[in-house]
Design a binder for this molecule. Sequence first.
Ligand SMILES: Nc1ncnc2c1ncn2[C@@H]1O[C@H](COP(=O)(O)OP(=O)(O)O)[C@@H](O)[C@H]1O
Ligand SMILES: [Mg+2]
Length: 285
Amino acid sequence: MREKIQEKPHDVDDRIRILKDWLYQIEENKGGKKGKVLSICNLKGGVGKTVTAINLSAFLAAYKKRTLLMDLDPQGHCGLGLGIDVENLEKSIYETLSDGTRSLTDTILPIKPNLDILPANIDLAGLETELITDSHRTTKLIDKLQSIKHLYEYIIIDCPPSIGLLTINALVASHAVIIPVQSSILSLYGIEKIMETIGTLMEDLSLDIKVYLLLTLFERNLRESWIVREKIQSAFGKLLLNTIIRKNTRLNEAVRRGITILEYEPRSMGAYDYHQLAREIMEIE
Ligand SMILES: Nc1ncnc2c1ncn2[C@@H]1O[C@H](COP(=O)(O)OP(=O)(O)O)[C@@H](O)[C@H]1O
Ligand SMILES: [Mg+2]
């Protein structure tokens, strides 16, 4: 919408529409931010964490929910997936988390209306080692988030594919965790492990986080996908989100081009599925 506002309005209708958009946005933002923190987490790579983090954030922002996408994966895929040159960042999340005096606001980059990003790059890998000797090693992120939480309705964290101190920091700061599960039989073995790990962490650190499972890379024409869905449904019942993310090459193409699916192909299956996910999340969180 920011682009539209910068455009010169052509006629009265345009002016009214733009004004309405503004008023609507002010109205939406007045109602106090929820500051809900949702982590996207799985011990495995390649399950759709980053694609989910980017596109869920994009749709929440499209619903005029002030959203921050935070990359906690040193691979920096969130930034890359949004066309940011992560190797040459002036400031990355690493500096902010390792330097007690810095605020997260110094590192936030606006992406589009209602969507900001806190990008990461390989420097972040060093933080895990630095934190080991830090007495506040599990609460670094939650402490830093306090000063910016009120600015957002949703903070979406893309986690690395491991349970190290970065993921633990994300979980400690989260209200809920979304675990993307690839719709393949092999995932059924991994899912037990991650549920167990998260369960143990929640107990050890006395965390109260909601856990959601999200089926990704679902292929309607494969029996395997349906079997996986049935098994997860019967094992985890309510934890499984209703939305299913189907395999859709448009999602892959969008991320490679550094744009969200909403901009790349809003009429694709991928856009439809992430739109559904955003609606479901807004309903339950
Ligand atoms: N629903 C999908 N349909 C098609 N390709 C997808 C989908 N979700 C993810 N991908 C592709 O699969 C690969 C892994 O996805 P990614 O989100 O990077 O996983 P992770 O962050 O868990 O490692 C990427 O190449 C991505 O573009
Ligand atoms: Mg990733």
